[in-house]
Design a binder for this molecule. Sequence first.
Ligand code: SAH
Length: 348
Amino acid sequence: MRDRIDRIAAERTISAEDLRALLETQDASATEYLAARARETAQRVYGRQVYVRGLIEFTNYCKNDCYYCGIRRGNPNAERYRLTEEQIFDCCRSGYALGFRTFVLQGGEDAYYTDERICGLVSAIKKNHPDCAVTLSIGEKSRESYQAYFDAGADRYLLRHETADEAHYGKLHPPELSLSNRKRCLWDLKEIGYQTGCGFMVGSPGQTVETLYEDLRFILALSPAMVGIGPFIPQKDTPFGKEAPGTLAQTLRLLSIIRLLLPHVLLPATTALGTIHPQGREQGILAGANVVMPNLSPVTVREKYKLYDNKICTGDEAAECRNCLNGRMERIGYEIVTDRGDCKMPET
Ligand code: SAH
């Protein structure tokens, strides 16, 4: 197994057979070796520095009806909210004082937030904080819209592809959503010049080694600056409310594999990972992740941005989250840095 792992690291490619072996092995020393190689790889590029992103969940209105997601339009129990511009600027101001140099605006696909409003928000944040990066994560848009946000100053865009397998995509989404459009969006984003992030949930219903293999092939083809992966966690008011969650072990293995395939990629240890295990984010960093994304949203709305159940940190102010994560990273020998945290990928 070590040879296999060394070969994946050296060649930066993976076969379906390699992937199956790594995901199904019962040999704890092989998994440890995988994590150790991934950790070394991350340290070679980023040292023991962890980048931090301030996540601002600015609207949970959504026109889409993804079967896994708690803010899907068909969930009548989701209490809808939208932050005002002033609230968003306040989040950035307090985040800046806490050392955040990237703000991630994430939300459902909310028609209230027209292109004009998004561009206004982005340019105002860039004007208030010229040394910060702005990341958008607001779903599928036209190329023209993406270009407009970019021209307004947006630096990065997160759009998980969710699964690169057509049939699996159809099991996770209603018929009006398509994998081809999702991919079109990602290629447009990359061409426009964003640091682009794709990604998927680990353990989503219907996921198999084969669909994961498609995910890795797609990721290698896109060569994104960021890859967001975290465990699927059921949300009780969705069609997948009674499905089993993804596991810590599989998420860690996939983080490590992605790190070996893309040594420079920005790879978050997600809140979902912290939700399924109290030390999930620390273990994610030790498996090759190099980013954490604590919440900067006002505490009054935290509980309402419920993509999945039991989400952590919904009661903590931004400062508490920041301190808590500082401590968590220090205890494993890492340090959160005050930095935009751009991708060090040579080709981006
Ligand atoms: N509307 C934006 C943001 C979506 S929410 C977009 O379309 O990109 C961000 C991510 O949360 C999603 O891409 C999805 O991968 C993840 N997510 C949604 N529901 C989830 C669940 N039940 N468990 C774990 N992750 C989930």
